[in-house]
Design a protein around this ligand. Structure first.
Ligand SMILES: Nc1ncnc2c1ncn2[C@@H]1O[C@H](COP(=O)(O)OP(=O)(O)OP(=O)(O)O)[C@@H](O)[C@H]1O
Length: 294
């Protein structure tokens, strides 16, 4: 059998977890009859994309993100356009896409999934031309992602501490939306554009989303008073938001959003500053990714 060349791109800061021993762990558990392995560590934001592009243009067939959704986004954006295969060893703070793909959070089990080389195609989305694979958002979640980027505490604890601090001062905004030709006007706490069901950490904003259905879900979280936030949190943690009075969910392929002022957006949890007009589209089957056999 011809071996596949596989590159593991390791983000040393993601999830706030130490990763020096990861190459040795992978060496022990990887199926060396199937793969020739190489390893790279990222040194700065954007480095994973550079390393992935270089590897895809050489003779690497599989490129594995060892990190969270931000690392996956950088690598998957290159891998999908260059027709290669993405693998994931989850080491992020939220690990939204890995959880949606049922990839185990345990590194050894995730390596065993890579050994099976079961490849599935999933959709991507684009937001003003940038790819996302898990979730993009505008409003409160974009505010959190911008604050989290400069935060020292990563992991779930980092998100919760920040969320509680920021929610007290956050004001809902007014949005004009067009989803597959139908116009809507809404005041919202946030607009989350879902390819998968969850942000990460099993916080499910869009329980009915499917990664390969050719659709995105626009999740409009209504302006919520502070005393209703525990209910919203309960509904998200128990996959009930599709039946909630606090969230409206509309599926679509092409989505335009106009907001009152330029501000942050997030793309797979990474913040970007953008203008008032946001154009979103689904790219069906854009990414080949290794998943667990299901
Ligand atoms: N050596 C480095 N030093 C600082 N930042 C880095 C380095 N390598 C990569 N990065 C950046 O780290 C950021 C966070 O990575 P990632 O999103 O994978 O982890 P996370 O935010 O902890 O997890 P999640 O997205 O699952 O919540 C990304 O924006 C990435 O570009």
């Amino acid at each position: 059998m011809l071996k596949s060349n596989i590159l593991f791109i390791i983000n040393p800061i993601s999830g706030g977890k130490e990763k020096h021993t990861i190459p040795a762990l992978i060496d022990v558990h990887l199926d060396h009859a199937k793969f020739n392995a190489n390893f790279s560590f990222t040194s700065y934001m954007g480095h994973a994309a550079e390393l992935a592009e270089e590897a895809a243009n050489k003779n690497f067939d599989v490129i594995v993100a060892v990190g969270g959704d931000g690392t996956i986004n950088e690598i998957a954006s290159k891998v999908s356009s260059l027709g290669k295969i993405l693998g994931i060893i989850p080491f992020g703070s939220g690990n939204g896409l890995a959880r949606a793909l049922h990839i185990p959070m345990n590194a050894i089990k995730a390596i065993q999934i890579i050994n099976q080389l079961n490849v599935q195609r999933i959709d991507a989305g684009t937001l003003n031309g940038k790819y996302f694979f898990n979730m993009a958002g505008i409003g409160f979640d974009a505010r959190i992602s911008a604050a989290f980027a400069g935060n020292k505490t990563r992991g779930l604890k980092g998100y919760i501490t920040l969320g509680l601090k920021e929610v007290k001062s956050y004001q809902p905004e007014h949005y004009e939306l067009e989803i597959d030709g139908v116009k809507y006007e809404r005041d919202a706490f946030m607009l989350s554009i879902a390819n998968s069901t969850q942000y990460g950490n099993n916080v499910h904003i869009s329980p009915k989303s499917l990664l390969g259905d050719g659709l995105l879900e626009v999740c409009i979280v209504k302006p919520v008073s502070l005393y209703k936030l525990p209910l919203l949190a309960y509904e998200m943690l128990n996959s009930k938001t599709h039946r909630s009075n606090l969230v409206e969910i509309i599926s679509g392929r092409r989505i335009s959003i106009i907001r009152k002022k330029e501000n942050s957006v997030h793309i797979d949890g990474e913040p970007f500053f953008m203008g008032k007009n946001i154009e979103i589209a689904v790219v069906p089957g854009a990414l080949k990714v290794i998943t667990s056999m299901k």
